[in-house]
Design a protein around this ligand. Sequence first.
Ligand SMILES: [Zn+2]
Length: 66
Amino acid sequence: MRGTRTEPQEGRITFKGRGLAYRHGRGLVLKVCPLCSQWNAPKAADKGLCGWCAYVPSLKDVEPAT
Ligand SMILES: [Zn+2]
């Protein structure tokens, strides 16, 4: 353990239990929007935002998907 800062999770993640995304390095692929629960459009997914409601999930809310 070093420091008290929580590093963002790698791999499959949710945002406080909602939505679904894949995190790799500094990139984020948003698969399911945590706000509107829609499956995201691939173009928007690669940018880490929702193609439907333009929501950008906060990395503060990241939790590992179970
Ligand atoms: Zn959305």
